[in-house]
Design a protein around this ligand. Structure first.
Ligand code: FES
Ligand code: FES
Length: 161
């Protein structure tokens, strides 16, 4: 079937099987490989993208479902060759180690801060609860989101992270 979808502000039109999921559509039919396949079953969040502004696990969404809609991926965080302030905060706070989870974590954080520009630690934890990170640890990730939203994490907040 023909799928027309706006991705990171640009319109794409691709022929793809009805059974292909959004993650594979992005990676194999559009060439955007930022979203990663971890579990492939909605458990890890590595494949998170925004669909009409809402964070979704792209492994659980059929590409056919996004026809006529708007998708944002980690590639859309980069403007004029520069990483977004959110991505820069992840680097500054050492919130990326192997990086496999990072595209999904950043996109969940993006969705969170668009609906809540100054989330507190608990809200950040809730916003990222579907994203697993096996190597960095969540303290740095929470700090990165605080940093990106103009907040400084306190010692007390860190002790509860
Ligand atoms: S690959 Fe989609 S949630 Fe794990
Ligand atoms: S940075 Fe390695 S899994 Fe999160």
């Amino acid at each position: 079937m023909k799928i027309r979808v706006t991705i990171n502000g640009a319109l794409y039109e691709r022929e793809a099987p009805e059974t292909v999921n959004l993650l594979h559509f992005l990676r194999e039919y559009v060439g955007l490989t930022g979203a990663k396949e971890g579990c492939g079953g909605g458990e890890c969040g590595a494949c998170t993208v925004l669909l009409d502004g809402r964070a979704v696990n792209s492994c659980l969404v059929l590409a056919a479902e996004v026809d006529g809609r708007s998708v944002r991926t980690i590639e859309g965080e980069v403007r004029d060759g520069k990483p977004s302030a959110l991505q820069q905060a992840f680097v500054k706070r050492h919130a990326v180690q192997c990086g496999f989870c990072s595209p999904g974590v950043v996109m969940s954080a993006r969705a969170l801060i668009e609906r809540n520009p100054k989330p507190n630690v608990e809200e950040i934890k809730e916003g990222l609860e579907g994203n697993f990170c096996r190597c960095t640890g969540y303290v740095q990730i929470i700090e990165a989101v605080l940093e990106a939203t103009g907040q400084e994490p306190s010692i007390e907040e860190r002790s509860h992270a």
